[in-house]
Write a protein that binds this ligand. Structure first.
Ligand code: NAG
Ligand code: NAG
Length: 269
């Protein structure tokens, strides 16, 4: 009975999560033309309202183009950032996780300067909570598997993600979904060193939408961390727990001891 109730609660939560992910808009950059040469992306973006949680899809023949997220200066100069990695899958899905101005360019040859493969958008903050839809909208058919990190637990404290990842086969084209309550956690892509030290990169922007979809665009090792400094981290929790046990134990001890004293007193009376 109790487990049934929990199943229903979990199902409801999953439906809500699904509904809110579905209500976000998906923009295929360039619509049916996709990400290509000699297309006016400025005109394409004009009049469109991009909101946090929406997704951009860059569609192109893999190997022919790629996608770099750049800053305003690099966008003007059509130059590729030294650190940022290109998206190259041919079906790159970017979740707009934070409000503000975003710039994307193609880093192949002179596709940016002479081919016009540059996109600038302004992402608005999410004003109203997304309204759940009654019927699920058709979503783009992504190739590859979708991994919800932590499965039913999502992206949360005190979960063994190493054990979760063990034995899973992640292939280019697959997607990772980080699910968590907005504001409670976030997701940073880091390198091996930063992963070891749990340090946040200076340049990298966090994903914060609470339903962050990452397309695994390139082969190789990838590291992700939560950048939220929790006042209640796993370590502190353990410490708190042991302190609590200590207090309980000494309390118990005091109670037993005073009981003994009390009975001793009673006995002697
Ligand atoms: C843009 O990025 C480049 C390379 O990372 C950096 O040198 C430059 O200072 C940045 N410009 C702005 C305005 O952030
Ligand atoms: C990891 O990133 C940091 C900051 O960007 C950099 O200083 C460090 O050299 C990088 N380490 C590796 C192994 O790439």
């Amino acid at each position: 009975m109790a487990s049934n109730t929990w199943s229903i609660i979990f199902l409801a939560a999953t439906l809500v999560a699904l509904a809110s992910s579905v209500s976000a808009k998906v923009f295929t950059v360039g619509d049916e033309k996709g990400w290509t040469l000699n297309f006016d992306y400025e005109a394409w973006a004009k009049g469109k309202e991009f909101v946090v949680g929406d997704q951009l899809v860059f569609k192109y023949a893999a190997g022919k183009h790629n996608v770099f997220r750049v800053n305003g200066t690099l966008f003007q100069q059509c130059s590729i950032p030294p650190t940022n990695e290109a998206l190259t899958s041919g079906y790159d899905v970017i979740t707009l996780a934070t409000p503000g101005r975003k710039w994307y360019i193609c880093g192949v040859g002179s596709h940016c300067e002479s081919g016009g493969m540059k996109l600038f958008i302004n992402v608005l903050p999410q004003s109203v909570p997304p309204t759940p839809l009654v019927s699920p909208a058709p979503s783009p058919v992504p190739s590859g598997k979708m991994f919800v990190v932590g499965d039913n637990y999502g992206w949360t404290l005190n979960f063994d993600y190493q054990a979760w990842a063990t034995g899973k086969e992640f292939v280019v084209g697959d997607k990772l979904v980080f699910r968590y309550p907005i504001g409670k956690h976030n997701v940073f892509r880091v390198n091996g060193t930063q992963f070891q030290q749990c340090t946040i990169p200076a340049v990298n922007e966090a994903l914060t939408s609470g339903y962050d979809v990452i397309s695994l665009a390139t082969p190789g090792r990838k590291w992700y961390i939560c950048g939220v400094v929790s006042s209640f981290s796993a370590m502190e929790y353990l410490f708190y727990l042991s302190e609590f046990l200590y207090v309980t134990a000494s309390l118990l001890f005091t109670m037993i001891f005073s009981n003994l004293l009390y009975s001793y007193v009673l006995d002697s009376w």
